[in-house]
Design a protein around this ligand. Sequence first.
Ligand code: PMP
Length: 367
Amino acid sequence: MSIDSATSVPQKLRPREAVERMHEYHPPLAGRDGLRLDFNENTFAPSPRVQAVLQRIAADTLTKYPERHHVERIVAEHFDLAEEAVLLTNGVDEAIHLLCETYLEPQHEVVIVTPTFSMYALYAEATGARIREVQADSTLQFPYQRVQEAIGPNTRVIMLASPNNPTGAVVETSFLLELAAAAPQAALLVDEAYYHFHGESVLSVTATVPNLFVARTFSKAYGLAGLRIGLLVGHPDAMRFVRKVSSPYNVNSVALECLPEALADEAYISWYAEQVLQSRTAAERVLTQLKVPYWPSHANFILMNIGGKHKAFVDALRRQDVLVRDRSSDPGCDGCVRITLGTIEHTERGLIALQNALKEIQWQPES
Ligand code: PMP
């Protein structure tokens, strides 16, 4: 039977209603040649110690199913956590998916703040749960009071990124703790994907707060986005259930070999984070000089408002081989473009291209 005739068969197989209804997510990945300032990745490289591991991985490693547990022990020790509190995941994406799978029924509600990382809504939608989106106001700061008001008896999952993507805004630790206490029936996920560029964390608090979860990624500061490795931390009593829905082989062997060295090379991560912080200062200075409105960021990117010419701006940068991300279709982000900050050298290249692009499109600050 040919593939064509197979697809022309009347479709009797229906997905779950929630899956039929859910949005699709298509990140603009095609090609991505050039200076990649579009996905908030490390623009440089992983630690040289990780590169050395990659050189010596034996083919034998690939014939075996991956064993995550001994690496989880190393991770727990590194972060001073109980081993049962730690689950390595296939990126933070999987951590979000697992939490939604563990806690959500269709009659439940999920609270998120918009604009934010797309995967919260996507995985929550797939369960059929109702999503309550709390829109930030024009400052794009975290809307504390309205988040509190959105929580109700049916709230079962709350997902917040601090720093948030694409805004760069953070949530105060005291509020996170109050929220966890005020909604004990809900899993509160604090996504600390951009932790290294901010420095505040509630990771250690997970040991004493039964409904608090923290996610960390190795895709950003560590430069391992292609390996797909992340970390979910929660109270051991709660993690027991999350672990039940995870595949025992969710993290691949190459990622597991690399992770201990990536963690051990703290000097490399400090160096990279420092490069980003200096880049952030440089970028803010240039945007201020050019009168381009932007939101103060605690992460390795800045969201700026280019206005009506946002698409022409992104295209003009692409012609100079610099990729940035058009975020103008995010809620409350009309005209916005996000630029990743990497090493100082890469950021300087990006900022020169940015100035050229603004000239080319004859951009004027809005009065
Ligand atoms: N969380 C946030 C807030 C992000 O912005 C991103 C990536 N853009 C992720 C998680 C994804 O992390 P990972 O690559 O570990 O799936």
